[in-house]
Design a protein around this ligand. Sequence first.
Ligand SMILES: CC(C)(COP(=O)(O)OP(=O)(O)OC[C@H]1O[C@@H](n2cnc3c(N)ncnc32)[C@H](O)[C@@H]1OP(=O)(O)O)[C@@H](O)C(=O)NCCC(=O)NCCS
Length: 340
Amino acid sequence: MNMTIRDVTPVDTEAILEIYAPFITDTCISFETEVPTIAEFTERMESLIKNYPYLVCEADNKIVGYAYGSKHRERAAYKYSADVSVYVAPEYQRQGIGSMLYTRLLELLRQQGIYTVYAGITLPNDKSVGLHKSFGFKEVGIYHNVGYKFGKWLGVLWMEKPLRDYDELANNPAVKEISNLSQFIVEKEPSKSTIKQFVSVIREYAGEHFTDNFADDMAIDAQYQRMCYLKSGDEFISGIMFTCLDGFPHITAMATKRECQNKGYGKKLMEHFVEYVSQLGFHDIELYAWSEKTKPICVSTQAFYKSVGFVVTQEHMGLWGQDMITVKMKKSWGRRVSLP
Ligand SMILES: CC(C)(COP(=O)(O)OP(=O)(O)OC[C@H]1O[C@@H](n2cnc3c(N)ncnc32)[C@H](O)[C@@H]1OP(=O)(O)O)[C@@H](O)C(=O)NCCC(=O)NCCS
């Protein structure tokens, strides 16, 4: 059987609901009691894919299973955790489809910066417990009698699985300091003072690595572009200049004040930026950069972009000057993350 895992699209909702509905009407696996309408179900899916991966498995030219991530709980500090769900049509179970969906789903959630995933399983459900155990999920505990359906009290077993190294976040004092102190600001029409501050940060590098008028050109461009930045009190820390090109948010420049570098500010700014453009409904960000093969400064620039999830999608020769290699880089998330 030829099986493909891909991102969901809105036209898939009917087929997904066909798989899901019997779990509502005939089992306690789902705690829903009424089958949602297609419109409602589409709305749910569209809201989920703004922030989480949602995958389907196609086999025999139809959808036979699906899996998605969702918010664990509402409050802000839960944002590094997510819930996961998976459903496979009964006649396609035990053929590795649940595993294929989870393998890809967990990897995407990890890439998106999720540290722990949780699954709530109505008991009994040996299949689901088996699948989660096979992925290394550990039991957290049971919510006894937390649900009531079909005249029965139901317990839910919660299982958890870490996806990332917790120390990476917890041991980074800059991250804590940043979240307390700094403010994320977006300006659609950047003020003169913002442009001035950003350009003065750019100037810190420009003299060393680029032509003299590099920063001046940037100041002109900035008037027609948007800016977002981190600020602590009156201090400008790190900024991104961006625009929309070919339908994608496109970063034209990013810079962190020299004395604030290597403290996690750039990463934090990028996180805010991704959240901001996600809320606008985008799932990708693009940028052009000098290739690391061309300029020494670009080794660290590219390493930074790679560390926040950008990948090189194209190399160009001569776009910004003879013998100069530039790269197009892209970061994608949500439904548009493409399969390897
Ligand atoms: C749970 C479910 C998604 C598993 O999907 P699947 O495609 O059948 O799973 P796979 O074939 O990839 O199985 C992967 C592993 O899960 C475990 N597993 C799957 N079915 C099992 C079963 N009937 N009993 C025990 N373990 C089972 C096994 O460890 C299996 O590996 P193995 O086949 O090498 O032994 C599927 O049974 C299903 O859709 N169930 C109904 C909906 C549901 O319960 N969803 C979860 C809600 S919490």
